[in-house]
Design a protein around this ligand. Structure first.
Ligand SMILES: [Zn+2]
Length: 131
């Protein structure tokens, strides 16, 4: 039996991280449907599950590898974004966060200093800001 599976999986993509994400995501959506109902979560979960299995059994390994790399890029962006947001939340009592009006870089200034002159570290643009 194990040999049969090994032969069947030969030359196929197998379970990579993106597929694992799809399968776990599918289970979460299906669970959500059990709790909330409505069918839409079940439909999303089922679609993710089918796509996950399709990827695992796919023989177009190059394309699947590219999808997996794209998944890594998006995931690191999301994880980084959430982490930055969380860091700002933790500091929001003492600091004020806003974007530079000219280059959109995230700037941090101490809170409660009244009107101060801010110079952007990235582009050198200077402007006044009430904190
Ligand atoms: Zn700037």
């Amino acid at each position: 039996m194990r040999e049969k599976i090994a032969r069947f999986m030969y030359g196929r993509n197998g379970v990579d991280h993106f597929t694992r994400f799809l399968i776990y995501g599918a289970l979460i959506f299906i669970l959500l449907d059990v709790i909330i109902g409505g069918g839409i979560f079940y439909a999303i979960g089922l679609a993710m599950m089918i796509y996950g299995y399709f990827r695992a059994f796919s023989k177009n390994i190059n394309k699947r590898r590219m999808e997996n790399a794209k998944y890594y890029r998006i995931r690191s962006k999301v994880v980084g974004g959430v982490k930055n947001w969380w860091d700002r939340m933790k500091q929001s009592k003492d600091y004020c966060f806003f974007r530079c009006p000219s280059c959109k870089a995230m700037l941090r200034v101490p809170r409660g200093k009244g009107k101060i002159r801010v110079t952007c570290r990235k582009c050198g643009n200077a402007f006044e800001k009430r904190t």
